[in-house]
Design a protein around this ligand. Structure first.
Ligand SMILES: Nc1nc2c(ncn2[C@@H]2O[C@H](COP(=O)(O)OP(=O)(O)OP(=O)(O)O)[C@@H](O)[C@H]2O)c(=O)[nH]1
Length: 310
């Protein structure tokens, strides 16, 4: 079990441990989960050898702690009590300790309360772990639900959602937003000639090349088998054209290596800049029409959409 903790969460339990025992100092010591050793080489290591709780009125006089006392050579701790922190399966993960610089006798009731507080610390640790696991699981599920496995790009639905957010932002801030639809050329031939796995490798590599020139604020999604859509915030159609020319070069300059086969790749694209209140669907439809013209004109081309009729 991992047991990260935030100090303020445990502060109250530590202070209660001090209050109920009357000992001025209280703290939690945890075993390093990765190195399986105590964070603090001290009396707590003696407590960890016990099965339940270690209570020592004078650490200098007890065989379990006298060597540690001699090594430390300070008088800061005379009385030590450490209740084990154990997981449900009995794994010892640390101690809840109280110490006093003068000799102190703990009553049975105080020892019982210290033991009970150690259990509360464990409940809190386990609650924190559960919360963290849930948060991680949610993040993983969100990633799975929004990401295309092969390329790592947004899937179709997530792309539309994110592009729509960018559109609203552009309307609010009055900035430009361009959308591009990209489709690989003659991709069927790649599958037919080299097999589906080779096709997948090409898609993956093209995705890597496309991503390499995009900004973190740009959004790219796989909206079809070999079709991608890109949303470019604060980018006019002219600037989008320049970027796409660079991407065209980046993707087609070197063939994709698949084993010892070299597979040449090109794409066709259509670009459309959204006007003030152009719906996203409409802009993508225009970009798609422009893409169609790129294909019709011989492929490996980028075409700008016709301006919207006023
Ligand atoms: N390997 C692989 N192929 C895919 C995937 N998704 C779609 N395809 C293939 O992509 C090919 C697309 O073929 P077409 O729509 O005819 O287009 P094209 O061959 O690229 O021709 P143009 O677009 O006209 O240049 C089909 O053979 C699909 O099976 C995928 O995830 N992996």
């Amino acid at each position: 079990m991992e047991y990260g903790m935030e100090a303020e969460d445990f502060d109250i339990l530590i202070r209660v441990a001090s209050l109920v025992t009357g000992a001025p100092n209280a703290f939690i010591t945890l075993v390093d989960p990765h190195q399986n050793r105590l964070c603090d080489e001290s009396y707590c290591s003696a407590a960890l050898k016990e099965d339940d709780i270690l209570v020592i009125e004078d650490v200098r006089k007890d065989t379990r702690t006298s060597a540690i006392a001699a090594r430390r050579q300070d008088a800061a701790i005379v009385t030590y009590a450490g209740a084990l922190l154990k997981t449900e399966d009995g794994t010892k993960v640390g101690t809840l300790c109280v110490t006093d610089h003068v000799q102190r006798t703990l009553t049975e009731e105080q020892i019982r309360l210290l033991r009970g507080l150690a259990k509360q610390v464990m409940s809190l640790l386990s609650l924190r772990n559960t919360q963290r696991e849930l948060t991680d699981a949610l993040a993983r599920m969100t990633r799975l639900a929004t990401t295309d496995d092969l390329t790592g790009f947004l899937n179709r639905r997530a792309f539309f959602e994110e592009a729509e957010n960018l559109r609203k932002l552009a309307v609010r801030q009055g900035g430009a937003l361009s959308v591009v639809v990209v489709d690989l050329d003659h991709f069927k031939k790649v599958n037919d000639k080299h097999g589906h796995a080779a096709g997948d490798a090409v898609l993956k590599e093209v995705a890597r090349r496309l991503r390499s020139k995009l900004r973190s604020t740009d959004r790219i999604g796989r909206i079809g088998g070999e079709e991608f859509a890109i949303a470019l915030p604060f980018t006019s159609q002219d600037t989008a054209m320049e970027l796409m020319r660079q991407l065209q070069l980046r993707v087609s300059r070197d063939p994709v290596a698949y084993g010892d086969i070299a597979i040449p790749v090109t794409f066709s694209a259509g670009i459309s800049e959204l006007g003030g209140d152009t719906p996203l669907d409409e802009a993508l439809r225009l970009a798609d029409k422009a893409l169609y013209r790129s294909k019709a004109a011989g492929r490996n081309q980028i075409t700008e959409a016709e301006p919207l009729a006023a």
